[in-house]
Design a protein around this ligand. Structure first.
Ligand code: FES
Length: 409
């Protein structure tokens, strides 16, 4: 099926499902309430999740638009692994452990920077590495001694680029099949046309445990309450959170990747009636909104006109860092001053709302879990996205335990 046909079919299905739910006063619903023991947020569970998930699965670490040209690089730390992603002269993206093969210093100045270079010169003793990782020169090699440079390139990590997104596994030696891992989510992502996006700005936000943080991106049940004076107000005229559609994509019965959709014609019954007169062939992405999540740590609230891509990075059992990336197909270099100003305001606004409302709540939930008040957390039948996420976590943790028991890790 051609991409445009796929997108149009999905839009028609989403709008029809949303209309049926809105008429009946229902929403997508799971068979039962899901119960998750509080211990699954403990430091011990966190360690196991990092080994089972973040060190073994492909992580979406960059957008293609961050690395548009040969020599563009991004240095970052993921857990305790310094990662360097760089586009080579052949336009291929590669990822490396950002540690010089002389004595291990990062070959960039810091572990958190972006730039463009013809080669990396290690700041410590100036060994030089090509953008494809090869060791080019050893400073003062005659005095240093003989070495086989071909064995001393930067240590490579498996990296794949698809439809405007870049995945890396942070453990050396682990390979992955990104097409298999994404399944039909790749078609969903292709519909975003992210390869035409530009990055307009980022924010960095701190929150509590990564799963508490992620939970907030996986259901719209909380929107009219936690965000009643902000997002709910902004969206209410154009969209409703009363109907939520949950779909999953990928190799597991629960995803692990997801699309959460909602109707976009408002809570106004008159508007809904009008919507019923629109023939399905005329439904567009203006008639529904969707948030897509890429397991384990990405939320994409965007369409082909742009939006927000949030990357969540666990750093400790009770801490997670989110990078909010604001993207759209307009080149910021040629935008009007008014558009630039509007984007600045949008970036500040979304950082404030997500921190003040979602992430302040995440710290409060963390305290609530520690308090001993509850033995389990409850996820309702209307919170199918969060349920699929926790089932996916459980799946990968169990697979890791099985591999460990069988001596495969
Ligand atoms: S540690 Fe890089 S050149 Fe010495």
């Amino acid at each position: 099926m051609a991409q445009t046909e796929y997108v149009q079919t999905q839009i028609q299905q989403m709008v029809q499902r949303a209309l049926a739910h809105a008429s009946a006063g229902t929403t997508d619903s799971t068979d039962e309430i899901y119960r998750l023991p509080v211990e699954s947020y403990s430091p011990k569970s966190w360690e196991e999740e990092m080994n089972a998930i973040f060190r073994r699965l492909p992580l979406m670490l960059a957008l293609s638009c961050e690395l548009p040209e040969p020599g563009c690089y991004k240095a970052m730390k993921v857990l305790d692994v310094p990662v360097l992603i760089v586009r080579g002269e052949d336009m291929r993206l590669r990822a490396f452990i950002n540690a010089c093969t002389h004595r291990g210093r990062a070959v960039t100045q810091t572990h958190d920077e972006k730039g463009k270079l013809k080669a990396f010169s290690c700041p410590y003793h100036a060994w030089r590495f090509a953008t494809d990782g090869r060791l080019l020169t050893i400073a003062d090699q005659r005095k240093f001694g003989e070495l086989d440079k071909s064995l001393l390139g930067l240590r490579e990590l498996h990296c794949e680029e698809r439809v405007g997104f870049v995945w890396v596994c942070i453990t050396r030696g682990i390979r992955f099949d990104i097409d298999d891992y994404l399944g039909d989510m790749q078609k969903e992502l292709a519909g975003l046309e992210a390869d035409k996006w530009f990055l307009h700005g980022t924010s960095r936000l701190e929150s509590a445990n990564w799963k508490i943080t992620h939970d907030g991106y996986l259901e719209s049940y909380h929107i009219p309450f936690l965000h009643r004076n902000t997002l709910y107000e902004f969206w209410n005229r154009e969209s409703s959170t009363s109907v939520s559609l949950y779909d999953h994509f990928g190799p597991l019965p629960c995803g692990p990747h997801q699309r959460m959709g909602g109707n976009a014609w408002g809570n106004d019954p008159a508007l809904m009636l009008k919507m019923k007169d629109v023939p399905p062939s005329e439904y567009t992405d203006k008639h529904f909104h969707a948030v897509r999540t890429l397991f384990p740590h990405i939320s994409i609230s965007a369409d082909k006109h742009g939006g927000l891509v949030s990357q969540m990075f666990p750093v400790a059992p009770d801490r997670c860092i989110t990078i909010q990336n604001h993207v759209n197909p307009r080149n910021p270099a040629t935008e009007s001053p008014e558009d630039t100003e509007a984007m600045k305001k949008r970036i500040a606004l979304y950082a404030k709302i997500v921190y003040d409302e979602d992430y302040v709540s995440s710290f409060s939930i963390q305290e609530g879990l520690k308090s001993g008040a509850n033995t389990e957390l409850l996820f309702g039948r209307n919170e199918g996205g969060a349920i699929n996420f926790h089932k996916s976590v459980a799946h990968y943790v169990q697979a890791y335990r099985d591999d460990k028991a069988a001596g495969r890790v």
